[in-house]
Write a protein that binds this ligand. Structure first.
Ligand SMILES: [Zn+2]
Length: 315
């Protein structure tokens, strides 16, 4: 199981020479997902060699421009380069109208099928799931309708020990039951226990993305014990009242939430150009969480089940 996130943009509000607006690419064992789509996203898609046409899912947290201005152009390029395979876009309900209007008014005719999923409909059910993997959205607290996302790999099927099959003459029905995690009693009174006959479940991984938000319970719940939480930190705490009125978080608030959720690694993003010395953002957060990093374009976060998350930087 391979799960890699490449940060394509982690700046707030507008593109700057230091940061592109928010966008991330996820390579989930060969399945490519884009998370938010800030202006100019295509430049870093090229720079970091993200396979454009392999992207099959785009998750959009909310409709503020710094998270969606790159989307119509991206769809146009996919079309221009001959895309035929379908694309799924997940986000707030108004997203479909935004994309439709932008493409329609610019006479950008898309030939490949686009399927929309409204996050408001998901209510805890994964917006997409396959095998042991699931993408879930959760509502967050911003100025407009906004969502965060979790990406989790959570094995639930047990592997039966080969020696048990032979020594206990396990029947097919008994094997299926144990695999599904159900213990059972035989007519002889013997109890077939998971711990006796199955290997331990393989470890899980989870990546949580806050989008733009005030610190809130839904992020806390969705990020419990996550390997990595990417949380916005638009302000330092001396501007906490502005963070509050604009629906954002301070570095201190993000770090406190990350600690409460017991996440292994906290990555701070949505960095404001207000802070020429971004080290101040990191420093403030480090007082409240033991393992914090600042996001950076080209940062690659790798999750492997049973291992600590690792970070590297692409050129
Ligand atoms: Zn926003």
């Amino acid at each position: 199981m391979q799960f890699e996130v490449t940060i394509l943009g982690c700046g707030a509000a507008t593109p700057t020479l230091r940061h592109a607006p928010t966008a991330q690419a996820i390579n989930w064992h060969g399945k490519w997902i884009l998370l938010d789509c800030g202006e100019g996203v295509q430049t870093n898609i090229r720079k970091y060699k993200i396979p454009l046409q392999k992207i099959e899912l785009i998750c959009i947290s909310h409709l503020h421009g710094d998270h969606v201005f790159g989307l119509p152009g991206l769809l146009g390029s996919m079309n221009l380069f001959g895309r035929e395979r379908p694309l799924r876009i997940v986000g707030p309900v108004a997203l479909k109208d935004y994309v439709f209007q932008a493409l329609n008014l610019t006479e950008t005719h898309i030939r490949f099928p686009i399927e929309y999923t409204d996050c408001a409909d998901s209510k805890g059910i994964p917006v997409i799931a396959w095998g042991d993997n699931a993408v879930r959205s959760f509502p967050v607290k911003h100025r407009i309708e906004a969502y965060g996302f979790t990406f989790s790999h959570h094995p639930t099927t047990h592997t039966i020990r080969k020696e048990s099959i032979v020594s206990h003459h396990l029947l097919r029905s008994e094997i299926l039951s144990l695999k599904a995690g159900n213990e059972l009693s035989r007519a002889t009174g013997e109890v077939l226990r998971i711990t006796d006959h199955c290997e331990p479940l393989k470890p899980s991984i989870s990546y949580s993305y806050s989008g733009d938000t005030r610190p809130c319970d839904s992020v806390l719940v969705a990020s419990q014990e996550a390997d990595v939480l990417y949380h916005e930190a638009t302000f330092l705490h001396d501007m906490s009242s502005i963070a509050k009125s604009t629906g954002h978080s301070t570095a201190q608030e993000a770090a406190k939430l990350g600690r409460e959720a017991n996440v292994q690694l906290l990555i701070l993003g949505h960095l404001s150009s207000r802070y020429r010395d971004e080290g101040r953002v990191l420093k403030e957060a480090e007082c409240f969480h033991p393992n914090v990093r600042l996001a950076k374009e080209g940062m690659r976060i790798r999750l492997i089940p049973g291992e600590k998350p690792s970070v590297s930087y692409l050129e």
